[in-house]
Ligand binder design. Structure first.
Ligand code: DGJ
Length: 713
């Protein structure tokens, strides 16, 4: 057994101090700013410094939060573990059996807590990783050591947050309006964000952030958690009159969903936890750096993608699609994705899902002529699938109604005329794996799947019991198995737009579709907040048609393209139906994206706290400080005719920079008699640009100016 100790782990700008002296579970003494090299002799004093006094009308000993707060240790907040063994073992008092620490010079630091409760007959393992970026990854594992079943209702890692965090920020949303921020003071009580959609959800908060008063993109101390799970899940913030503040998250389990047989174990989803002392941009930096360091992170240039959905919908026609591919090649597109509508019976959204065979009524010679045409033009080819779904009007459903997730005696209410296949049913799983494998094997030209998921799971029963947990694991298995069989195929996670965006699905997919809304004004917000968690190269951002299909708003190509520039760039538009002049302009934007792509997909993302809410600015700065690109968008008119200079954050304060409107970007529409006092040729220091900033052209509403900033020394 390892020696009971106080552990101080440090990575990047984050420290984690654990009091592992037992006999109970270790306690997180500090998670936050780097404390520097605290001498070992000072660690007991550091722990003592955080022990509160005993006050009237309370327990007779100070209450401190362990890695799994328990009622037996005086915790009367939200239970981190809830479960029982036929009405017993409902409260635990874990005994620390071991605390193993690996803290190499480089790489991830790791603490593993092993504990058990002999009375409850449960063992607990807590895995805590502090990765080189300072990101914490937490997972609990609970094993049933008894001889009778143990029903688990909830198990969620929680972390303490200091009292200086007084405000909360999280995200919610709906179809076409994903990731809408909501911010408020952190009151006493529990702020609980639950998703019972059987998928991550349009309303999922990618991060739940607690911060010091007034925190912004570039300032303030902030702590944030992300619950990495694509099924039902909860993320919560709790602040108690007894003085504790916590953040946590885990899986939401239905009654009877997880019953551990003797010897069986349950593992929580990973809880990602990030700290920054320079605001939300600092949080994103930690998360983006972590994601980019993953071996599975896409490292090849992200191909500019044309997805045909808004161009043709279900109207599949070889001649029209090959012509579209030709136009795509002409404007510089590198990947062509055939969306919904290619398989048997799928002439509309009321039939066909589940019948994963090419529809020879529409494709008499199969998909090969289109794939050959597309790949012959030098583009990659992608195909849309929605494997988990079935239309009642399909051969698959008619043959196997028992494959549908449901409760005995009735099917769930339909949603987009579809039901969900039970992937924990071995035959349904084998059918899907077989069909997807066969499609990819028969068409080696397919190098990309757009994997969709267009309904919530409701009453999702498996053999009469709640089935979302097993369904989620089965989807992960299916993706893993397909990837192992077809390692060259990239996968996009789409779910009616952005309803399956989380870090667990992203372990087995290469990008997400942020939203079905391609309206650039809406997209600015959706992308800004999706980008809190994900770096631009993981987020699909397409130029839509002039009049948005989902909002009816009209935007110039410049505004649409400048918005779509900052992501995994693409087009969702019938570019066969536009003028040659528009195609030339679009091609210029695609070329600009390609030129800036290494910077956009590798640099540090920054966003600007501008006092005028109608002025939004964001940018990407190269990690070596050599260059940056910024977009300044005018969302609406403002009361102030000149809203004031825009600061350009993130540059190297010791260097000088040349600033100019981005070369190759058509000029935005403005209402001004003269240009601002600066122009191409202006050279200023990084500190001046970040502190004083630059006056922007007097943009009309829904216009964006792009700036390129290049170090000159
Ligand atoms: C929903 C997706 O988000 C869209 O992009 C499109 O693929 C449709 N499904 C197709 O049915």
């Amino acid at each position: 057994m390892s020696i009971p100790t106080i552990v101080h782990l440090r990575r990047a700008r984050t420290s984690l101090v654990l009091d592992g002296r037992g006999p109970g579970l270790p306690r997180v003494v500090h998670w936050g700013a780097d404390l520097g090299p605290v001498p070992a002799d000072d660690l007991p004093g550091l722990v003592d410094a955080t022990v509160p006094p005993v006050v009237p009308s309370s327990f007779d000993a100070p209450t401190v939060l362990s890695v799994l707060p328990e009622a037996g240790a005086g915790w009367s907040g939200r239970p981190a573990l809830a479960g029982h063994r036929d009405g017993t073992a409902w409260s635990t008092a874990f005994h620390l059996d071991g605390l193993d620490v690996e803290d190499p010079e480089e790489g991830t630091a790791r603490a593993i807590v092993r504990a058990s409760d002999a009375d409850a007959q449960l063992s607990l393992t807590v895995e805590i990783d502090l990765d080189p970026t300072g990101l914490l990854l937490l997972r609990h594992r609970l094993r049933n050591d008894g001889v009778t079943p143990y029903e688990l209702r909830e198990l969620a890692p929680v972390l303490p947050v200091p009292a200086v965090a007084t405000e909360l920020l999280d995200l919610t949303g709906r179809w076409c309006r994903e990731r809408s921020p909501q911010r408020h003071p952190w009151p006493m009580g529990t702020w609980v964000r639950e998703g019972r959609h059987g998928r991550t959800g349009h309303d999922a908060t990618l991060l739940l952030v607690a911060g010091t008063a007034g925190f912004g993109f570039g300032h303030g101390e902030v702590w944030a958690v992300h619950t990495a799970w694509s099924g039902d899940h909860v993320t919560f913030a709790e602040r108690r009159p007894t003085g504790e503040s916590t953040l946590g998250g885990g899986e939401l389990l239905a009654p009877g969903e997880v019953v551990l047989a003797p010897g069986a174990e349950y593992a929580t989803p990973l809880l990602y936890a990030a700290f920054s002392d320079d605001g939300l941009d600092g949080l994103s930096d930690v998360l983006h750096t972590h994601l980019r360091a993953r071996p599975s992170h896409p490292r090849t240039p992200r191909p500019v993608t044309l997805n045909v959905w808004e161009a043709v919908y279900f109207d599949h026609d070889l001649a029209r699609l090959t012509a579209l591919a030709d136009h795509a090649a002409e404007v510089g597109v590198e990947r062509f994705v055939l969306d919904d509508g290619w398989f048997r019976g799928r002439r509309h959204d009321r039939a066909g899902l589940g019948d994963w065979f090419v529809d020879t009524d529409v494709w008499p010679d199969g998909l090969h002529p289109l794939i050959d045409h597309v790949t012959g033009r030098g583009l990659r080819f992608g195909l849309w699938v929605e494997p988990e779904m079935v239309n009642p009007d399909s051969e698959t459903f008619r043959a196997h109604p028992e494959w549908v997730l449901s409760v005995p005696g009735r099917f769930p209410p339909e949603w987009r005329h579809q039901q969900v296949l039970d992937l924990a049913h071995p035959d349904a799983y084998a059918y899907l794996l077989g069909r997807l494998d066969a499609i990819l094997t028969e068409h080696p030209g397919i190098s990309y799947l757009k994997w969709d998921h267009n309904r919530d799971l409701t009453e999702a029963g498996h053999h009469g019991r709640p089935g979302v947990h097993e369904q989620t694991l089965a989807v992960y298995r299916l993706l893993d198995e397909l990837r192992a069989r077809h390692p060259g195929v990239e996968i996009e996670s789409c779910a009616s737009g952005g309803a399956r965006v989380d870090l667990e699905i992203l372990r087995r997919t290469d990008r997400v579709w942020a939203s079905d809304c391609n309206d650039a004004l809406e997209r600015l917000a959706i992308q800004r907040w999706t980008g809190l968690l994900l770096p631009p190269e993981l987020v699909g951002t397409h130029v839509g048609p002039e009049r948005s299909h989902t909002t009816h708003r009209v935007h110039d190509l410049g505004f649409r393209a400048a918005t779509a520039l900052f992501g995994h760039h693409g087009i969702e538009w019938d570019i066969g139906a536009i003028s040659a002049e528009e195609r030339r302009e679009l091609a210029a934007w695609v070329a600009l994206h390609k030129r800036l792509r290494p910077l956009l997909h590798g640099g540090r993302v920054v966003r600007v706290d501008h006092p005028d809410p109608a002025v939004w600015a964001h940018g990407v700065v190269a990690h070596d400080g050599s260059r940056a690109v910024y977009a300044v968008a005018r969302l609406a008119t403002s009361v102030a005719q000149v809203p004031g200079p825009v600061r350009l954050p993130g540059l190297d304060p010791r260097r000088r920079y040349a600033v100019r409107p981005a070369v190759g970007a058509p000029e935005p529409a403005v209402l001004q008699l003269t240009e601002p006092g600066w122009g191409p040729g202006t050279t200023l220091g990084g500190t001046v640009l970040a502190t004083v900033g630059l006056q922007m052209p007097a943009l009309h509403p829904e216009q964006t100016v792009l700036l390129e900033v290049t170090a000159v020394d």
